[in-house]
Design a binder for this molecule. Structure first.
Ligand SMILES: [Zn+2]
Ligand SMILES: [Zn+2]
Length: 355
């Protein structure tokens, strides 16, 4: 089969590689849609501390079961499926405490290789984080399961009310997913703070108020909008240390700040202790997802609460992945759908790439 292999940072090779065959308890999936993500772009440009190169590439995908291991029950060739590409062990210290996202097995066993005709899933992933895809859900929307599970994980720590004001900082796909996920929780007053005017315009299409501003300079406007209090909930989606600091500053007394975007390894952050203690701002920086988060993400997608067209800016054939990455680097997207087996699944219903 044809697959993209990330040989070293900046060097992607589109090669013939052996078509995988399933383990006894695993399956092989024919990929119908794989989505680009910010992590892909970062990994392509500079590598990733948790991933060894060379590697097969791409981790957000949905497709159709192409081959089934002898011990797999309940799945057949041809079944349409969606999947979040990791699985916890289920028995370690963290797993028994319901912190499966922190299980040491999660990251080393992550499935890569969605930018290929076929991808192989180990049994643990099949048993834990694989769902049958309803016919009504396009493959490219179903491929949002993983990023949406990460969003759900962060929000699982938040106690929101319908009368809350939420501020979401950043302009990428993760911001747009947070908007939709918060709405599904009944939060209507959502302000997006985005620096890039084009990103701001994309957020506006969701009907939210957008401040085109640097988060470090948005305090005055956010306080004006909230009777001087600050936001009940702030979600940071940039992975920039200074924006982490700004996020805590934008929260009201007794409010919550979700610092979603991972910052570069080794960086440090400073907050005034007053904000955490006397102002009792609760801060959480969520990592990855648990099987419960995947379930909630699945439910949101199936219910149509989150739509692919809001974050997927265009579609590309498999061989055109480099062009999609280049467009991402130039600020396009915020996501692109790569369709390794053609577009024959009735999913061309979204916004199209206009760059
Ligand atoms: Zn991703
Ligand atoms: Zn575990």
């Amino acid at each position: 089969m044809k697959a993209h292999v990330l040989v070293q940072p900046g060097q992607l090779e589109f090669r013939e590689v052996p078509t995988p065959s399933p383990d006894g308890d695993g399956v092989v999936v024919r990929v119908h849609a794989a989505l680009t993500c910010g992590t892909d772009l970062k990994t392509f440009l500079r590598g990733h501390p948790k991933f060894a190169l060379p590697m097969l590439f791409g981790h957000e995908f949905a497709g159709e079961v192409a081959a089934v291991g002898a011990d797999v029950e309940g799945l057949r060739e041809g079944d349409a499926i969606m999947v979040a590409p990791t699985a916890p062990c289920g028995t370690c210290y963290y797993c028994v405490r319901q912190q499966e996202n922190l299980c040491p097995q999660v990251m080393p066993t992550m499935v890569h290789g969605a930018y290929a005709e076929f991808v192989k899933l180990p049994g643990a992933v099949v048993r834990t984080n694989l769902y049958e895809k309803p016919l009504s859900l396009p493959y490219r929307d179903a491929a949002l399961l993983e990023p949406l599970a990460c969003v759900e994980h962060g929000l699982s720590f938040v106690s929101s009310r319908p009368d809350d004001t939420a501020v979401i900082i950043g302009g990428g796909a993760i911001t747009l997913l947070h908007v939709q996920s918060l709405r599904a929780r009944g939060v209507e007053d959502i302000i997006v703070v985005a620096r890039n005017p084009r990103r701001a315009a994309e957020a506006r299409t969701l009907g939210v108020e957008v401040l085109v501003a640097d988060a470090r300079e948005a305090g005055e406007q956010v306080r004006q909008r909230t009777e001087g209090r600050g936001a009940d909930l702030v979600v940071e989606c940039t992975g920039d240390v200074e924006v982490w600091q700004a996020a805590v500053d934008l929260a009201r007394v007794g409010g919550q700040a979700v610092l979603f975007g991972g910052c570069p390894s080794g960086t440090e952050v400073r907050f005034p202790t007053d904000r955490l203690h006397y102002d009792q701002v609760q801060v959480i920086s969520p990592f990855h997802f648990t099987p419960r988060d995947v379930r909630r993400a699945y439910d949101l997608l199936v219910a149509g609460e989150v739509a692919g067209a809001t974050v997927i800016g265009g579609e590309h054939a498999l061989e055109d992945l480099p062009a999609a990455l280049e467009a991402l680097r130039a600020g396009g997207g915020p996501k692109f759908a790569i369709l390794p087996n053609g577009a024959g699944n009735g999913t061309r219903n979204g916004r199209h790439n206009s760059e």
